[in-house]
Design a protein around this ligand. Structure first.
Ligand code: ADP
Ligand code: MG
Length: 709
């Protein structure tokens, strides 16, 4: 499982090291301004300086920007680009772009292509309508975009043209982060600083920088676009607000890992080809649990590039789906009663010399180091469990987390039996003999460690899987930015605190790392092992047990979000210069408002569909029954219509009422009053769906959407 240094580092793994004998390999990175491309096109001294910047994470000297801009423009124009855009990630969780032409008129009826260093480095989109949570008052409504040279520029092409995309950060002119990229980069720096300091104590003086890594597994649905257009709920909210459970669900388990239908496969192959051209190292595709549900996973990359690539992946999949008459649904819960979609966030840390810090090693020394970093993760996740929960909160997730298909809303860590035994042994000095299949270490102080992750526990939200942790509670529509910012920051804090502890123990043990590390690890185990749980996370018993242990159970978004501005969050984020209190507050405000706004859109959509589509269909059906003189059937349907109407009036009333003023109180009103009213309407509507004549029912049904491929 060794990785190359390049895999951790700046421009993603295989870029520049493509094996051209592999079919399709010559496409890889074809639309990326790769390191190789830059080496060929830039004057030598500029290229050297650029590399130094990338490796050390230092800002690029402005005088070099002109040279880079020119090379970039020439490359892009050879690929047919006419425009460029700064490409950034505002707090909507989506990406934003504003295109400018390379051409400038010369005044004599001609135009020349120009692209200056200044235009590369800084842009000023009219950004006053991006969410900022009050950071930017309208009188100073300027935000600007700033080039991120550590994520490679790329071109997006379609049959009608091509444009250059330059990954950028988005900041207010007071220097505050307005996006998901800046804090992610800052958190990677923070973790690098802390981990390098720790590594020195283990005698590693070679590593200059640590990169955090991410490998996301993306779940999604594909449905025929005809059905999508016939459902206002799908095209306005991304999920079905009505729909009775189909007679056939995933009880038969015939879809999971089944053979991939031809139209779906064609979609997958074309998306993957586009992604390969963009340098996204796509790797795995398969059918998922629910009918019409699939998954795509790339090979991991450093967190910044991986996160950019994840945004591109979601965008490309949605675009390509349309070419095949599909719509790609990224919502966490498009269909009630059917498995929802998540995104597993595989996470680790590695040195620029190619060592994965979460890889249990072959020698006692490597092992001590592994245990130290693993203990830091345990400590961080236990302390900031509620913040981690908040980092994956959104309206879609509220239907999924804890619903027996996804991890519960309680954060816990799965270590696997062997690793847990190893920790217990260190902490208590006791423990069973290590089973076969484990590595012999030849040192008695440190226990033997499992060689690979072995057993899997799919119900755990945060699982150790051999040489990385897998955070499984992300929603399918999410940007990776904030989640990984949180992970990096809290682990940086824990590493930092444990480093202080290790220094102390080393002093006491006269520099013997084999004595000092177990003592540090023991301390963590004593303080933080309540977060460790190897059992079934879906079970009722776990909820009760977690409560006894004092773990947080935060079932809905409004329960979780306040942890973003909790005191210990602010302290960690300010200490490691990731986000200031004001920046955290702005995120909190934006997320709370997004939640309330989205519930409102759902509720208005539900009310309108119930009134203008479902009620009329039911009334027509009733009229036909009356005309046919079938009294028994009339008696069955009539009360349902009366009930639907009454509940609809309640929903409309709830929608008209603004509820209490103020962010969180308003969000809670939406959750408790509005969503409840919506569910009440749906319950009756779904019963009517099963009764009303099929030719009168105005909406495509679950069985059609899920089973017609
Ligand atoms: P699964 O969880 O489905 O069993 P795998 O174990 O094959 O899947 O890996 C899932 C993902 O984990 C892949 O995207 C892979 O690139 C990623 N991954 C592997 N090693 C690391 C690492 N060190 N850091 C981050 N992600 C990693
Ligand atoms: Mg996984």
């Amino acid at each position: 499982q060794n990785v190359t240094a390049a895999q951790w580092s700046v421009n993603g793994g295989a870029l520049g090291t493509t094996d051209l004998t592999v079919p399709g390999a010559n496409l890889f990175g074809a639309n990326v301004f790769t390191i190789d491309e830059q080496r060929q096109r830039l004057p030598k001294h500029v290229f050297q300086q650029l590399l130094a910047t990338l490796e050390a994470g230092q800002p690029l000297e402005p005088s070099l920007a002109d040279a880079v801009a020119q090379a970039m423009r020439e490359w892009a124009m050879e690929k047919g680009a006419t425009h460029y855009t700064h490409w950034f990630q505002p707090l909507t969780g989506l990406t934003a772009e504003k295109h400018d032409s390379f051409y400038n008129p010369t005044g004599d009826g001609h135009a020349i292509a120009e692209f200056s260093g200044k235009e590369l480095v800084q842009g000023e989109p009219d950004a006053s309508s991006f969410p900022t949570g009050g950071i930017r008052a309208t009188f100073e409504a300027r935000g600007y975009t700033a080039w991120d040279p550590t994520s490679p520029a790329f071109i997006l092409d379609n049959p009608n043209g091509t444009f250059l995309c330059i990954p950028t950060a988005f900041v207010s002119w007071t220097g505050e982060a307005l996006d998901h990229k800046i804090p992610l980069l800052r958190s990677m720096d923070a973790l690098s600083r802390c981990a390098i300091k720790a590594l020195k104590l283990f005698g590693d003086t070679e590593a200059q920088r640590i990169f955090t890594t991410v490998g996301p597994e993306q779940e999604y649905f594909l449905i025929d676009e005809q059905y999508y257009f016939e459902r206002p709920d799908l095209y306005t909210t991304g999920r079905t607000l009505f729909g009775a459970k189909p007679p056939k669900g995933h009880e038969l388990d015939e879809h999971y890992f089944g053979s991939i239908p031809e139209r779906v496969l064609a979609f997958m192959m074309e998306s993957e080809e586009e992604l390969r051209k963009l340098g996204v190292p796509v790797k795995t595709r398969h059918n998922e649990v629910a009918p019409a549900q699939y998954e795509l996973a790339p090979i991991f990359e450093n967190s910044n590039v991986g996160s950019d690539h994840q945004q591109l992946t979601m965008q490309i999949m949605q675009n390509v789906a349309r070419r095949y008459g599909f719509v790609c649904l990224l919502h966490e819960k498009p269909f009630a009663g059917v498995n929802g979609s998540g995104k597993h966030n595989n996470w680790s840390m590695g040195t620029d010399t190619g060592h994965n810090l979460l890889n249990p090693g072959d020698t006692p020394d490597e092992n001590a180091q592994f245990l130290f970093f693993c203990a830091a993760v345990i400590k961080a996740v236990n302390k900031h469990q509620a913040l981690l929960r908040a980092s994956v909160a959104n309206i879609g997730q509220d239907h999924r987390l804890g619903a027996n298909e996804a991890p519960p809303a309680i954060i816990s860590i799965f270590l696997g039996a062997e690793l847990e035994q190893a920790f217990t042994k260190i902490a208590t000095g006791k423990g069973r003999r290590v089973k076969k299949g484990l590595m012999g270490l030849g040192a008695e102080v440190l226990p033997k460690l499992p060689r690979d992750g072995g057993d899997r526990n799919r119900t755990s939200p945060f699982a150790f899987t051999g040489n990385k942790f897998e955070f499984r509670a992300l929603g399918s529509s999410m940007s990776l930015g904030f989640v990984n910012t949180v992970l990096n920051t809290i682990v940086a804090e824990a590493i930092d605190e444990l480093t202080v502890e290790l220094e102390k123990q080393l002093k006491a043990a006269k520099g013997d790392i084999g004595v000092a590390v177990p003592l540090v690890v023991k301390g963590v185990w004593e303080d933080d092992s309540a977060i460790i749980f190897n059992g079934d996370g879906y079970s009722e018993e776990w909820h009760a047990e977690a409560e006894r242990r004092g773990l947080h159970n935060l079932p809905t978004t409004p329960d979780a979000l306040p942890w973003i501005v909790n005191k210990q969050t602010v302290k960690a984020f300010e200490t490691y210069n990731v986000l200031s209190e004001r920046e955290l507050q702005s995120r909190y405000d934006v997320f709370v408002e997004q939640y309330a706004t989205k519930v409102n859109i759902e509720a208005e959509t539900a009310a309108s569909m119930a009134r203008t589509m479902i009620l009329p269909a039911a009334v027509r059906h009733l009229a036909q029954l009356r005309a046919g003189g079938v009294d028994a059937l009339v008696e069955e349907v009539e009360p349902l219509i009366t009930e639907l109407h009454a509940r609809l009036l309640d929903l409309e009333k709830a929608n008209d009422h603004d509820g209490p003023e103020g962010g969180l109180a308003h969000a809670k009103y939406m959750r408790d009053t509005v969503i409840t009213a919506m569910n009440a309407v749906r319950e009756i509507a779904d019963r009517l769906e099963r009764i009303v004549a099929d030719d009168l029912w105005p909406l495509p049904k679950y069985s059609e959407m899920l089973f017609i491929k």
